[in-house]
Ligand binder design. Structure first.
Ligand code: UDX
Ligand code: UDX
Length: 468
């Protein structure tokens, strides 16, 4: 390794930090990349054959670089000290307490990172915000960094938000629509642009001021989520009028001004970013007294909550107004296909509603474990004091189980609810599934994934989103 080569440290080995650093290390064999995390189990998993996150193609990327120039460790201070560029990629969940609860981002972890960087730095560092942050967080990070006591420590702060989507992270990182770098110091911007420039065309590397970069991330996610809520709003109207939402989406998507992507109606969007970032945007607007703007964006979330609730209500109404003691096979729990991530998954909300109606759930997801399902349901069912009632504990313990396949989940069930669009659900032997179910065999397709006509021929009573 040449003495001039760059050393990188990334704090936070999550869904964003892990894949992003693995890609940088793969593309730049001369750059040493250290990914650090306070969670020892997570670091151990990154160093094993069973990575902590499921992401198609990631295993190969990690295997190529790990041990060569990619290292996963818990030695945070040591890694900061020896690095030139430090990415902050820790989580920034929505605050659950105090001022801004339910809206503002909890910046506790980001602030702790900044303090640790200040303490452990003995030379010039470029600090890169990778986590999605409220606009003007860089100001706070800069001020904390100024508290560094070592006389040789100095800092430039850049914003470099991540636009990868889970399930396609490797593809998105390899061939991004754009890389966005916001900052004030041209040298620092060029240094970071030079790293991405090893595999991304120069014209795709956008350079802006810090605040534009921070706001662009929130805005991109708000626009994407808005499209989903818009088509979901139309799905309700389709069900009432006899129009077909997929036909409508196709018809409007061919207008080049609208475009075909992100018009897939569903049981509701999930994931760690959309809701959190919109809530953040809403909080920001309110802070600046822009109440109409805040209300406008909040409606995207209100529509999403409505869509999730509408789906579970439809299941109950269709099944003769009661699902009590009926068994419902839940196909898919992740917030989208090709990920094991369940954060804000629509499935958690639908399952919660069905449990409140005393249904018995048999869940199958190819990547999600029972302990995570139970954890998510508990989190959603706690009261305002963070306590789980005895009643809810019992519901989760006795009415939730997992199956080892989609077929096994459906065996003996009164209904199937498709909540994640895993490809393997399309390959199921529906004749056999139908035979093994209670009749009438209901199928609620929350992703418009399956062929309704064929299923009807199999004997199923099918209900899909936005379908007459
Ligand atoms: C996170 C943010 O949530 C998102 O806003 C941002 O865009 C990218 O980073 P993600 O990578 O999906 O997203 O979060 P997560 O998988 O929770 O990973 C964060 C990691 O940071 C965890 O492994 C956690 O242990 C670690 N962490 C957190 C630290 O190492 N130190 C801390 O102080 C806090
Ligand atoms: C999103 C952004 O796409 C990404 O750029 C950003 O960095 C992080 O947030 P992610 O949450 O990983 O990525 O997945 P995404 O593909 O955007 O899907 C989000 C949710 O919307 C999923 O629940 C998905 O099922 C849903 N969705 C998406 C729809 O319901 N319909 C669509 O047409 C598209």
């Amino acid at each position: 390794m040449s003495p001039n080569s760059i050393k990188i440290c990334c704090i936070g080995a999550g869904y964003v930090g892990g894949p992003t650093m693995a890609m940088i290390a793969k593309q730049c064999p001369d750059i040493e990349v250290n990914v650090v995390d306070i969670n020892e189990a997570r670091i151990a998993a990154w160093n094993s054959d069973s990575l902590p996150i499921y992401e198609p193609g990631l295993q190969e990327v990690v295997q190529e670089a790990r041990g060569r120039n990619l290292h996963f460790t818990t030695e945070v201070s040591e890694s900061i000290e020896k690095s030139d560029v430090i990415f902050i990629s820790v989580n920034t969940p929505t605050k659950t307490f105090g001022i801004g609860a339910g809206r503002a981002a909890n910046l506790e972890f980001v602030e702790k990172c900044a303090r640790q960087i200040a303490e452990s730095s003995h030379s010039h560092k470029i600090v890169v915000e990778k986590s999605t942050l409220p606009v003007r967080t860089a100001e706070a990070v800069k001020r904390i960094l100024q508290s560094a006591t070592n006389p040789n420590a100095s800092f430039d702060v850049l914003s470099n938000p991540e636009f990868l989507a889970e399930g396609t992270a490797v593809k998105d990182l390899l061939n991004p629509d754009r890389v966005l770098i916001g900052g004030e110091c041209p040298d620092a911007i060029e240094k970071l642009a030079g790293i991405y420039g090893r595999w991304v065309d120069a014209e795709r590397i956008l350079k802006t001021n810090l605040w534009s970069s921070e706001l662009s991330k929130l805005t991109a996610n708000a626009f994407l989520a808005q499209r989903v809520s818009s088509i979901n709003a139309i799905s309700a109207l389709c069900e009432a009028t006899g129009a077909d939402v997929d036909e409508v989406a196709n018809a409007i998507g061919t207008d080049s001004r609208i475009g075909p992507k992100f018009l897939k109606s569903s049981v509701g969007f999930g994931g760690s970013c959309f809701q959190k970032d919109i809530l953040n945007l809403v909080y920001l607007c309110e802070h600046f007294g822009l109440h109409e703007v805040a209300a406008y964006w909040e409606q995207v979330i209100i529509m999403n909550d409505y869509q999730k609730r509408r789906f579970s209500t439809r299941i109950v109404h269709t099944m003769f107004n009661t699902v009590s003691d009926k068994r419902i096979a839940v196909w898919g729990f992740a917030f989208k296909k090709d990920t094991n991530d369940t954060r804000e998954s629509a499935a958690i909300y639908v399952c919660r509603d069905l449990l409140e109606e005393r249904a018995r759930l048999t869940i199958y997801d190819p990547q999600v474990k029972l302990e995570h399902i139970k954890r998510d349901l508990e989190y959603l069912m706690v009261n305002e004091f963070g306590e789980l009632s005895e009643h809810h504990r019992k519901l989760i313990d006795s009415n939730v189980e997992v199956a080892s396949s989609a077929e096994a989940a459906a065996s003996g069930a009164h209904a199937i609810a498709v909540l994640t669009e895993w490809d393997e659900f399309k390959e199921v032997d529906f004749d056999a599934v139908y035979q093994a179910m209670k009749k009438p065999a209901f199928l609620f397709d929350g992703r418009n994934l399956l062929d309704r006509e064929k299923l009807a021929q199999n004997g199923f009573e099918v209900h899909a989103i936005g379908k007459p």
